[in-house]
Design a protein around this ligand. Structure first.
Ligand SMILES: *Cc1c(COP(=O)(O)O)cnc(C)c1O
Length: 352
């Protein structure tokens, strides 16, 4: 079926893309989805299209540095707000305090797959007349009060990078919105600023989601809820097995949230030692992220002086344990057992 539709389809802006955009919008309960070339592109195009160039955008200092880069690429000014030290999510009281006369938007990144408190975020944006933009790149399949994330803001951006919960076989991204003006603008913006075949209305990149990727994603979307449920089951195994381990902080799940567990991130002062010893046992871990965004050489110069000690603390203590919907229970149990063993032994020096 896939083969028949793809080969008969236009590889660019074809029927497969239209169908996937409709399915993606329906899944999230929004009016429109616009497929673009990557999550980063989704961010840059959306911020520009919302008129945020030259304006301040609030986002969390503990984040994927690409988010901050995208805000800068859109010509907007990132205002980095420190995270809640317990959850790692943006501290919305600090966000409220950081609002100034040029602040126009809150970019809420559902980091690791856990939703930002969308009740509080929506309230803050309503009271302060800010646009609410969700970054759902890590949170495909997450819900807030039973409703899919990505449906709460003026717009939501997503990435189909192969590593994400809903991954393509290459780069891809999308914007979700129920604002028809924004959707219309983005369809022009992603296609060199053209409205038809010959009509260049303005400047714009070439950043469309290919029909091939869309056809594959259309099939994968049907499995998303099942895969995310499996991730949550496996995360429960970690949470239960590691709950009393001294010196280890586990992900905190808000009772209103369904965590998509894109990443299972723990924190420990013995991070570097734990990572090394797990590697010796053949267990591959990763770091999300080892360098705070404001310390990235390519971003620092654009940001001016940023004080974000909490973000730096996260950067030196976070460790991502293996987790995918394809893991077996016993594999996760074995990783948890090894983590416990290593942390029960006396430390061999601490992380910086
Ligand atoms: C992956 C990611 C992006 C960027 O997505 P790409 O498709 O790789 O450009 C943006 N925001 C967050 C939070 C991400 O994790």
């Amino acid at each position: 079926m896939l083969r028949a539709t793809f080969f008969e389809d236009n590889p660019i802006l074809g029927e497969s893309l239209r169908r996937f955009e409709a399915s993606l919008a329906a899944y999230h309960g929004v009016e429109e989805a616009i497929g673009v070339g990557s999550g980063t592109s989704a961010l840059v195009l959306t911020l520009r299209e919302l008129g945020l160039a030259g304006q301040e955008v609030l986002t969390c200092s503990h984040t994927f540095a690409g988010v901050v880069s995208a805000i800068l690429q859109a010509g907007a000014k990132p205002v980095l707000v420190e995270p809640d030290p317990l959850t790692g999510q943006i501290d919305l009281e600090k966000a409220a305090a950081a609002i100034g006369p040029e602040t126009r938007a809150l970019l809420a990144v559902h980091l690791y797959g856990h939703p930002v408190d969308l009740d509080a975020a929506a309230r803050l944006c309503r009271d302060s007349e800010l646009l609410l933009i969700e970054d759902v790149a890590q949170a495909h399949g997450a819900r807030w009060r039973g409703r899919p994330v990505g449906s709460f803001g003026d717009a939501a951006v997503m990435s189909f990078h192969p590593s994400k919960n809903l991954g393509a076989f290459g780069d891809g991204g999308a914007v979700l919105t129920s604002r028809s003006d924004l959707a219309q603008g983005l369809r022009v913006a992603r296609n060199l600023g053209k409205s038809g075949k010959y009509d260049f209305q303005r400047l714009g990149p070439n950043s469309k989601l290919d029909s091939l990727q869309a056809a594959l994603l259309e099939v994968k979307l049907r499995h998303l809820d099942r895969w995310v449920a499996r991730r949550r089951q496996l995360a429960e195994i970690y949470l239960e097995a590691l709950k009393d381990v001294e010196g280890l902080e586990l992900p905190v799940v808000d009772p209103r949230a369904e965590h998509a567990f894109h990443l299972f991130v723990v924190r420990t002062k013995r991070r570097d030692e734990l990572r090394r010893r797990l590697a010796e046992e053949g267990i591959k871990t990763s770091l999300h992220y080892p360098i705070a965004a404001h310390r990235q050489p390519g971003l620092e110069a654009h940001l001016g002086a940023v004080e974000a000690p909490l973000a730096e603390d996260f950067a030196s203590t976070v460790l991502t344990l293996p987790l995918s919907h394809e893991h077996r229970d016993d594999e996760i149990e074995a990783v948890a057992g090894t983590v416990k063993e290593i942390l029960a032994s006396p430390g061999q020096g601490t992380s910086p």
